[in-house]
Design a binder for this molecule. Structure first.
Ligand SMILES: Cc1cc2nc3c(=O)[nH]c(=O)nc-3n(C[C@H](O)[C@H](O)[C@H](O)COP(=O)(O)O)c2cc1C
Length: 369
């Protein structure tokens, strides 16, 4: 079995990564209203590159102006954003880490009071961030524009010097709304069974591949199951087979807890990651993320068959977590964290205040912005 510090070579294009430790996407709300990435956001990511992460993933970044999910999110929807993004990519690559942008559209989770337009989704469904109380069902024209927007965003990433992209197909945002059996009620080619519901994702991948160099890494993040949103494990396994045939470089499984088992097959002892790694041959690189805190957790996710260890929250107080993984039984202290500790870890007041939303993460008073 590989260790967290083994290098990895992507099968399709031979790109080499120095280790198996990935900073997963984390929204941090530090960027500008007009979509430009801020120096605070660049600094927060750079600090983690310096701390040894082989891959740094950006926060979710909107590919269309009306796909923005929240304030402080940087965007990829305009060429005038490229100059600042180039500062980010150079800053990360200085530490021999790869920088991957997470391409995002919020769909029914893009609030009308932020974007000024009625949220769209795969179908017309109730929506609490739409002033009418409903989403607009995407027309074929809308879908073609979304595919174009993802493609243009990927091209901007190439121009900004990114090593690759991760499509955000997880957590109930636009792409996962199309993949959902409950939200996607379409009767056309973009609906139906999981093959039909994955058409938008398939079209985006093909279009991006036709427009970026082969050396550009293309991956996707998915949720293995979210019962309430109509994402089911048996269909996610089918989806991974479909994605595998499309030649993606990696699939990132967002487990939230790498030890949890399927709620659909309660009596089966396989972990969520193992459902994929034990049943599908010749998978692309698998990143798995969720509740990894210690070096033992890191080894365990690799034992489950993941090629890469994805972490989010532990990297907030511990920027050098990746470098410390070599310490025997490394298991840093868990939350709550003081404002002082988070400031030392390079977080701005805006990010620290946002982290208060994550139950029990921050333990003292509010900071002035
Ligand atoms: C502050 C914060 C922001 C997040 N933002 C994103 C995001 O922009 N995109 C995404 O796919 N996941 C996002 N996530 C989910 C993480 O990538 C990760 O899957 C989750 O936190 C579980 O991993 P962990 O237990 O290592 O934190 C976010 C998580 C946190 C804590």
């Amino acid at each position: 079995m590989s260790s967290p510090y083994s290098s990895y070579i992507f099968k399709r294009n031979g790109i080499n990564i120095k280790n198996r430790v990935v900073l997963a996407a984390m929204t941090n709300k530090q960027s500008y209203k007009d979509g430009r990435i801020s120096q605070n956001e660049i600094d927060w990511l750079t600090y983690r590159a310096k701390g040894g992460f082989g891959i740094i993933t950006t926060a979710a970044a909107h590919v269309s102006k009306d796909g923005q999910g929240w304030e402080g999110e940087f965007g990829l929807f305009n060429d005038n954003l490229i100059d600042d993004l180039s500062i980010l990519t150079k800053s990360i690559q200085k530490y021999n880490s790869l920088i991957i942008a997470q391409l995002f559209h919020g769909g029914m989770r893009s609030p009308q009071n932020l974007t000024g337009v009625r949220p769209l989704s795969a179908s017309r469904i109730p929506c609490d961030v739409s002033t009418s109380g409903f989403t607009r069902s995407a027309s074929v024209e809308d879908i073609n524009k979304i595919i174009d927007d993802f493609t243009s965003a990927a091209i901007r990433c190439v121009e900004s010097g990114f090593d690759g992209i991760e499509l955000h197909g997880a957590h109930g945002y636009l792409l996962s709304q199309f993949l959902s059996k409950k939200i996607n009620n379409r009767k056309d080619r973009w609906g139906g069974d999981i093959y039909g519901r994955s058409k938008i994702v398939r079209d985006i991948i093909s279009s991006i591949k036709n427009n970026v160099p082969d050396s550009f890494i293309l991956g996707i993040r998915i949720s293995p199951e979210i019962d309430e949103l109509g994402i089911y494990l048996n269909e996610s396994i089918e989806l991974v087979k479909i994605l595998n045939n499309l030649g993606v470089d990696f699939i990132h499984i967002s487990c939230w807890d790498i030890y949890s088992r399927s709620i659909e097959y309660r009596n089966n002892s396989k972990t969520l990651t193992e459902w994929f790694t034990h049943s599908i041959d010749n998978l692309p690189a698998i990143i798995s993320t969720g509740n990894i805190w210690s070096s033992i957790d890191a080894k365990n996710v690799m034992k489950q068959g993941a090629d890469f260890i994805g972490v989010a929250r532990v990297a907030i107080p511990y920027p050098d977590w990746a470098n410390n993984l070599g310490i025997d039984n490394y298991n840093p202290k868990k939350a709550p964290f003081t404002v002082k500790k988070l400031k030392e870890a390079g977080l701005s007041n805006t990010f620290i205040n946002y982290m208060r939303k994550w139950n029990g993460f921050v333990c003292d008073g509010y900071e002035k912005n």
